[in-house]
Write a protein that binds this ligand. Structure first.
Ligand SMILES: Nc1ncnc2c1ncn2[C@@H]1O[C@H](COP(=O)(O)OP(=O)(O)OP(=O)(O)O)[C@@H](O)[C@H]1O
Length: 802
């Protein structure tokens, strides 16, 4: 910061008298006690004083001092001659501002020269000043003849004295000027001009966003208790539609639906955009599909009015099914009024265009003439000319020919499009007539994932398309507002404003379930979590086999297992063991042994196999989803499990991102139908997938972060049903698991909020028991099992080598 001169307010006492008091106080001090500055000041002041006040220095009859004083007080000279005699102030030429100030203050005779001498700036001038003083003294006798008597002189002296006193009080004296002009403080010279104010230096704010800096809509969300339930009729859904929803399994609205549906129902004074952060399986899909389909079902013309973006292809059919359920709930005369399409990239772009685009003949004679002219040119000219003429690249000969005086207009043939972001961008850029002009609903599901990975810059492309509004195209019926309505959802909603800002939300509101703050991830209350320490990572697959034995209600017949399975059941504290399982295990055992035994004929063998598989499926009532860290790990583990537990092999499926989409759909279908009971998967299916009645999730490999943990374990315990999540962790991973995912131990910090504690279990010699560190068991597998495991690894290696 700089020192600024602040002029005193008008009418206030000037600051100068203070300085004069200081100066005066030095008069009485012996010179030896004064500092250099002070003694300088005292000398100048004494000279002034002597010049002004000391009667003894001047004869009573002398007029010279009086005249000097007059000049001093008025700063003027009265004749040309005197003007010449008056020493010129050298400062004026040297420094305008200083000269100006001295003039304003009243220049002391000879003062500038003394100052120059002191500073050594102008020695010559200082030398010259002495003869001038002599000259002045020599002039004194000239005035001697004008005496009017002693009294008059004294009277005049007193008057002058009083004037000088006033002047001294009102103005800084010469010694102060000397002090200001000399030495290092020269730059702080007092003058009337204030320095030009400079802007403060820019300080970059590098602070991170905290809870305090969140906007009110994020820091003060709308909260709803988990237990909230209400009928769809109470939410304003027509009774007929409500009963149709009931027939589809949607009896009552879940908590998040009870809040979101009224918020999203278009009303006259439409509310802003809606952001929903609610646990996995809490019914977020229906919460936006229902109001959206209801709104769009009121339109008579098919226009693409809604877009739902999801991060993976596998989620598209699932959302499609919910949309179709709602479309039939709002059908009129059993005719659905909402057309739902998908764009996922599993087909060629052209094939997809045929599914989601339509062509219409529109009367347009001018357009038709243009078309015909193009056709003629196409015949007569070479194709390069045609390409120039048609920047879209579409061959005019392609597609439907227009009727006379008509043109063919292409446009989306869906009311709602469910898509992945990459495919949406492809259509926007490459499909003629694919317009977002009518879109008034934009849903971004699994928003944190979609925003964190900006696939093909989808966000910028889509936002740009939505920013244009043609007259009334995006209007909601009976609403005073226009423009797209945005619904943003996730079980692990980001509070990163830099990401959310990209969505250009308008007056957003956040909905969360009671008991969470924004940024926290609530687990389903019906979820039970368990943690199992793997004491020997080299034998980890055997831990999994024992865990499966524990959670499945059947007893495989493999000799190295039978003993441990029996024990597992007898000691089991698990919920999934049942007496049914015991009885079924026998039949299963027999059927399996049938399949194992050599058969008399191939058909017999195949029949027995089929029979055995069916029995197995029947008996294997539970379902398990096992997560690994990568595609490769999933494939390897899946095969290893089949070798280690051949009786389970027909029930095991594998899902990775390298699996073909059609095969993925097939596997998910088989799992839903109960043909498969165990799925080994990469994180591909950790988000959003709604696997019907999934009982168990196993984290065979630890998830990479807490968000991934929430989504993985959230594949079970959905829609209020019970579910179990099992996590296997190795010694080296224990600290991270308990600290980051559970929130226990040193430096514990987790955003995961759960209703019950995570239970520690250990795989004992044959069963799962509560872990007790005082009584840690040695590696719990018999020699025979370890040998079988080694053989299985060898077989796997051989298969891998081909
Ligand atoms: N009102 C309802 N009544 C009964 N079942 C419902 C209701 N709403 C949703 N469900 C069912 O609950 C399950 C979970 O719903 P949904 O897939 O919408 O959850 P989600 O909150 O989107 O979960 P995720 O965050 O994992 O994607 C689905 O099987 C769905 O059919």
């Amino acid at each position: 910061m700089y020192n600024r001169y602040i002029p005193p307010p008008k009418g206030s006492q000037p600051a100068v008298p203070t300085a004069s008091v200081q100066l005066n106080s030095n008069y009485n001090k012996p010179p030896s006690t004064l500092s250099n500055d002070e003694s300088e000041r005292a000398t100048v002041a004494a000279q002034s004083r002597k010049l002004l006040f000391d009667d003894n220095d001047f004869p009573a009859t002398s007029h010279k001092p009086n005249r000097d004083i007059d000049e001093l007080l008025t700063g003027t000279v009265t004749s040309e001659k005197e003007l010449k005699e008056t020493p010129k102030a050298p400062q004026k030429t040297e420094n305008d501002s200083r000269g100006h100030k001295e003039k304003a203050l009243g220049e002391l005779p000879g003062e500038p020269k003394q100052k120059k001498q002191k500073r050594g700036d102008n020695q010559e001038q200082g030398v010259e000043s002495a003869p001038k003083r002599e000259k002045k003294k020599a002039k004194k006798p000239k005035n001697d003849g004008i005496e009017d008597g002693e009294d008059e002189v004294r009277k005049r002296h007193r008057t002058v004295f009083e004037k000088v006193q006033k002047a001294v009080q009102a103005k800084p004296d010469a010694s102060q000027i000397a002090e200001e002009e000399s030495g290092p403080e020269e730059e702080e010279e007092v003058h009337d001009l204030a320095p030009i104010p400079q802007p403060d230096p820019v300080v970059f704010d590098e602070s991170k966003i905290t809870y305090d800096s969140l906007p009110p809509w994020l820091s003060s969300p709308i909260r709803v208790t988990r237990e909230t339930r209400c009928s769809f009729a109470d939410l304003g859904i027509a009774p007929k539609s409500a009963s149709l929803l009931q027939s589809k399994g949607f009896q009552d609205a879940f908590a998040v639906q009870a809040v979101a549906i009224p918020m999203l129902t278009p009303v006259v004074d439409r509310q802003g955009d809606v952001v929903i952060s609610a646990p996995t399986g809490s019914g977020k899909t229906l919460s936006y599909v229902l109001p959206m389909v209801r709104d769009i079902s009121q339109g008579l013309i098919t226009r693409m009015r809604g877009i739902i973006i999801v991060p993976t292809r596998d989620l598209v059919p699932q959302v499609h099914a919910t949309c179709e359920a709602c479309a039939s709930a709002f059908a009129v005369d059993k005719r659905k009024r909402v057309k739902v399409g998908t764009a996922v990239g599993s087909h060629s772009l052209e094939k997809e265009r045929k599914q989601i685009m339509k062509e219409e003949q529109k009367y347009d004679p001018a357009g038709y003439d243009k078309y015909m002219a193009r056709q003629r040119r196409l015949v007569s000219l070479d194709s390069s000319d045609d390409e120039e003429d048609d920047p879209s690249g579409d061959n005019p000969d392609d597609g439907t020919r227009p009727l006379p005086y008509h043109v063919v207009v292409k446009s989306p043939d869906v009311d709602i499009l469910i898509c992945t972001p990459g495919r949406l961008v492809e259509h926007i850029k490459k499909t003629k007539g694919f317009t977002l002009d009518y879109v008034r609903w934009l849903v971004v599901d699994e928003a944190d994932k979609l925003l964190a990975q900006d696939y093909q810059q989808w966000l910028g492309v889509v936002m740009e398309k939505l920013s244009t509004t043609k007259l009334s195209y995006r209007d909601f019926p009976n609403s005073n507002k226009t423009g797209p309505r945005k619904v943003i959802l996730s079980a692990t909603m980001t509070r990163d404003l830099s990401l959310l800002n990209g969505l250009k939300l308008s007056r957003p509101r956040l909905v969360v379930l009671e008991g969470t703050k924004s940024g926290e991830h609530l687990l389903p209350s019906s979820l039970k979590e368990y943690a199992i320490k793997v004491r020997d990572p080299g034998l980890k697959p055997l831990y999994l086999v024992d865990l499966l034995a524990h959670i499945t209600p059947i007893t495989p017949q493999a000799p190295h297992h039978s003993k441990s399975r029996k024990k597992a059941k007898s000691v089991s504290e698990s919920e999934s063991s049942s007496s049914d399982a015991d009885s079924l295990s026998d039949s299963d055992s027999s059927s399996s042994s049938d399949s194992d035994s050599s058969s008399s004929s191939d058909s017999d063998s195949s029949d027995t196999e089929q029979h055995g598989k069916k029995q197995l499926q029947k008996s294997f009532q539970t379902t398990v989803l096992i997560f690994t860290k990568s595609n490769e790990a999933a494939l390897r583990l899946s095969r290893l499990l089949s070798i280690l537990t051949p009786e389970f092999a027909p029930l095991i499926g594998t899902l990775t991102s390298s699996t073909k989409t059609s095969k993925r759909t097939h596997i998910l279908g088989d799992f839903a139908r109960g043909k498969l009971r165990i799925l080994v998967a990469s994180d591909l299916v950790s988000r959003g997938i709604d696997l019907a009645n999934l009982d168990h999730v196993v984290n065979y490999d630890l998830p990479t972060n807490e968000t991934s943990y929430v989504h993985r374990v959230g594949r079970t315990a959905r829609a209020g049903k019970e579910g179990h999540a099992w996590t296997l962790y190795e010694h080296a991973q224990g600290r991270r698991f308990w600290r980051d995912f559970v929130g226990q131990g040193e430096g514990a910090a987790t955003d995961i909020v759960r209703s019950r504690k995570v239970e520690r279990l250990q795989i004992g010699s044959a069963d799962l028991t509560k872990e007790n560190d005082d009584k840690q068991l040695p590696v719990p597998f018999e020699e025979g099992r370890i040998k079988a495991y080694e053989d299985a690894l060898e077989q796997l290696g051989k298969e891998a080598r081909g």
